[in-house]
Write a protein that binds this ligand. Structure first.
Ligand code: GAF
Length: 393
């Protein structure tokens, strides 16, 4: 990937000064879905699929960006940064806008972006682009931002320029990932702990439905509002309740169920998921991967039936492995409505299961099923290269 990005940079900006290169990974999440914006806990990790940004300064105040995936460029003056109809530049420009709003001076730059995080697959390619951009601009213009500040800027960019009112999980995982560890993140206090992911003969297999979750932003924002509505109803009786993190099933039964069954269902899923994650972390610490896996199946049930963010294809893939002794846990992952399932699966069984599922999936949906074995890697970082590599790229 590094060579590809260098090559593109040379081709698009032949007269530019040597770029710095940043790598920012996609993420998985073991358990704790739709918990982050409810101030619950999540258990994500950065993976070996990443977005790469090559960037260098210009002598003027123009921003030139080029996306390898789309073979498209976009140019804008630093005084005129605005949401683009092209969509992909927004994850970059949103970050520039956030920096400008915080009074950081951003001058002109040339940027190339590319990577191997499949787009729309629920692996947070957008957060990876935002984090790579924030890290790159921080370095290029010496802004002195901390990693957490960059995460918050990246998250806000997603709100303002992509219109998704996401929580903090994706950007945090991309920026703070640590090789072979998951991050147990408390999304209220932003305290976190790295927990070694020791799967003892098991691997993490991602099955990509190849359903792009393009309809998901309005539904995502709606779920968030439904959670907030549930909290508001509980708060009428208990002012100490600030989010679903503080809510018990009893409170939901007393104050939400009588008002609205749909909102009750949504909140119930989240309240149970927050508890499930805490138990799941204990499972992981005790090395009880089987118990963790069972909880993943239950999370999927909740996401599918109560939170209603799954889709036929995701349900199909979870159902298809549910009774397989080699798969100890599976569920849809991320925002939903498409993307990947995450499976904890016996290493020797991977090829067999993939070849069993591929034709079944094709027959059921007339779509291809892709699969990746995710390994857990470090978060956003520099990629070093020799000047000779740049010249020969
Ligand atoms: C998306 C969001 F970006 C995250 O913040 C999180 O809410 C996730 O959906 C669901 O857990 O990836």
């Amino acid at each position: 990937m590094k060579n590809q990005v260098l090559e593109q940079f040379n081709k698009i900006y032949p007269d530019a000064s040597s770029p710095i290169i940043i790598r920012s990974p996609g993420r998985i999440n073991i358990i704790g879905e739709h918990a982050d914006y409810n101030e619950g806990f999540v258990l994500p990790a950065a993976i070996d699929k990443a977005i790469y940004v090559a960037i260098s300064k210009r002598d003027d105040d123009e921003i030139h960006v080029y996306a390898g995936d789309y073979n498209e460029s976009h140019v804008v003056h630093t005084d005129a940064v605005a949401i683009s109809e092209k969509h992909w530049p927004n994850y970059i420009l949103g970050v520039v806008d956030q920096l400008q709003k915080r009074s950081y001076k951003i001058a002109g730059f040339n940027l190339v972006i590319d990577g191997d995080v499949p787009l729309g697959a629920g692996l947070s390619s957008s957060a990876a682009v935002e984090c790579a951009t924030a890290f790159a601009l921080n370095e290029l213009f010496g802004l002195g931002l901390t990693r957490l500040e960059m995460v918050q800027i990246a998250q806000k960019a997603e709100h303002t320029f992509a219109g998704v009112m996401c929580g903090i999980m994706d950007q945090f995982a991309s920026m703070f990932g640590k090789k072979d560890h998951v991050i147990q993140l408390d999304c209220r206090s932003i305290e976190y702990e790295y927990v070694p992911l020791e799967l003892k003969g098991y691997k993490i297999l991602l099955l990509n439905t190849n359903v792009k979750h393009s309809l998901s932003s309005s539904a995502y924002n709606e779920r968030r509002e439904q959670c907030e509505q549930g909290v508001a109803w509980v708060r009428e009786y208990n002012k100490d309740v600030l989010s679903l993190r503080d809510v018990t099933m009893q409170m939901l039964d007393d104050h939400v169920l009588p008002k609205d069954e749909l909102i009750y269902k949504r909140c119930k899923y989240v309240v149970e998921e927050i508890q499930r994650l805490l138990q799941g972390c204990k499972d992981l610490q005790h090395g009880d991967v089987n118990a963790l896996g069972k909880k993943m199946f239950r999370t999927h049930e909740g996401l599918s039936k109560e939170y209603e963010v799954s889709c036929e294809e995701l349900d199909f893939l979870v159902d298809a492995v549910k009774d397989d002794v080699d798969v100890i846990g599976a569920r849809m992952m991320g925002g939903g409505f498409g993307g990947c399932t995450i499976n904890i699966i016996k290493e020797e069984a991977i090829e067999g299961i993939a070849s069993r599922l591929k034709p079944l999936y094709k027959q059921a949906f007339d779509k291809d099923l892709d699969y990746y074995i995710a390994s857990i890697e470090d978060g956003t970082s520099f990629v070093t290269y020799e000047l000779s590599e740049l010249k020969s790229a």
